[in-house]
Design a protein around this ligand. Structure first.
Ligand SMILES: CC(C)(COP(=O)(O)OP(=O)(O)OC[C@H]1O[C@@H](n2cnc3c(N)ncnc32)[C@H](O)[C@@H]1OP(=O)(O)O)[C@@H](O)C(=O)NCCC(=O)NCCS
Length: 251
C-alpha cells in the first residue's frame, strides 16, 4: 500500500505539500555544497514527500522513506534540505514538525528517525529542536522521536480531534491541514465539556505563532477545564508546529 500524499499543510508561515509538475527544477537548483556533502548528489528526478514553501516560493524539501534495513517496524527515516539563502529562519524545523503532523494525522507510523553526519551542526541542532533523542547506530549520529499523538491528556482533561456528533462539530470540523486546529475536550468521563482551538494565522499574532482559544459551556465552567485544555493545546503546538508564543483567550 502506498502512503497518502502530503496535502498542503501549513503552520501559517511555512507550507509543505507534495511536489507538483515543475518543482523538480527548483529542487535541483537549490542544491549546494552542504546538500552534496550531507545528502550526496541527489536523484536526477527528485520526488520528495513534500516541498517546503515560504514567502511564495519553494525553499526546500522534507522527505521520509522506509527503505533502510535498519528501520524498525513503524519507523521512518526523515531527510530535509533548505536552500542556502533561506537557512537560519526556522523553516526546516517548522517543515519537519509539519511532516510529523502529517504522519500523525494520515499514517500509522509511530517513530521518526534522523541519521546525521556528526559534522552537520545545523542538522544536529534541528534534531535537538524537535526533541529527538540520540540512539545507538553504526552509521552516524542517530536520533529518534515518536510521531506525536493527536490526543493529549493531563489525567483530568483530554483534548482530541473532534468527531461528528460532538457539540460544536460544525464549528471546528477541520483538523489536519492547518493553520487552525480544533479539539473537543473530554473530562471526568464526560464527552465534550468544552472545545479548544489554536490558530497560527489569526491576525492577532505574527504568522506561524499561535493564538489559543478555549471555551466551556456554562454547565462545565468553574472547574478549571479551560486552563487544563489550554495547557494541552500548548503541548500539541510544541510537538506539531514551530510556534513559540501562544496567547490565550478563554470564553
Ligand atoms: C540542515 C538544515 C536544513 C538546517 O537548516 P537551518 O536553517 O539551520 O534550520 P532551521 O530552518 O530550523 O532554522 C534554525 C534557525 O532559525 C531560527 N528560528 C527562527 N524561528 C524559528 C522557529 N520558529 N523554530 C525554530 N527555529 C527558528 C533558530 O533559532 C535557528 O537559528 P540559528 O541557526 O541562529 O541557531 C540546513 O543546514 C540544510 O539544508 N543543510 C543541507 C542539507 C542537510 O544537511 N540535510 C540534513 C541531512 S541529515
Amino acid at each position: 500500500m502506498t502512503d497518502p500524499l502530503l496535502p498542503p499543510t501549513t503552520d501559517g508561515l511555512v507550507t509543505v505539500r507534495a511536489p507538483e509538475p515543475g518543482d523538480e527544477q527548483a529542487l535541483i537548483a537549490g542544491r549546494d555544497e552542504w546538500f552534496q556533502r550531507f545528502l550526496g548528489p541527489g536523484p536526477q528526478e527528485p520526488q520528495p514527500v513534500g516541498c517546503i514553501h515560504a514567502g511564495g516560493q519553494i525553499v526546500g524539501f522534507v522527505d521520509y522513506d522506509t527503505d533502510q534495513e535498519w528501520l524498525e517496524p513503524g519507523e521512518v527515516n526523515v531527510g530535509y534540505n533548505v536552500f542556502a539563502p533561506h537557512r537560519g529562519r526556522g523553516y526546516a524545523t517548522r517543515a519537519v514538525r509539519l511532516l510529523l503532523h502529517h504522519l500523525a494525522v494520515r499514517t500509522g507510523y509511530t517513530m521518526a528517525s534522523l541519521l546525521i553526519d556528526p559534522a552537520n551542526v545545523s542538522s544536529l541542532a534541528l534534531a535537538a529542536r524537535i526533541g529527538a533523542t540520540a540512539a545507538a547506530h553504526p552509521g552516524g549520529c542517530y536520533f529518534r522521536r515518536p510521531v506525536p499523538p493527536l490526543a493529549y491528556s493531563d489525567g483530568v482533561v483530554t483534548i482530541r480531534p473532534p468527531e461528528p456528533g460532538d457539540a460544536g462539530w460544525s464549528r471546528h470540523e477541520s483538523f489536519g491541514a492547518g493553520p487552525r486546529c480544533a479539539f473537543s475536550a473530554d473530562a471526568a468521563g464526560t464527552r465534550c465539556v468544552g472545545y479548544a482551538e489554536c490558530d497560527l494565522a489569526s491576525g492577532r499574532m505574527p504568522r506561524g505563532e499561535a493564538c489559543i482559544r478555549v471555551s466551556c459551556p456554562p454547565a462545565h465552567r468553574g472547574m478549571g477545564y479551560e486552563q487544563r485544555a489550554a495547557g494541552l493545546v500548548t503541548r500539541f503546538l510544541r510537538d506539531h508546529t514551530g510556534a513559540r508564543e501562544a496567547p490565550l483567550v478563554i470564553g
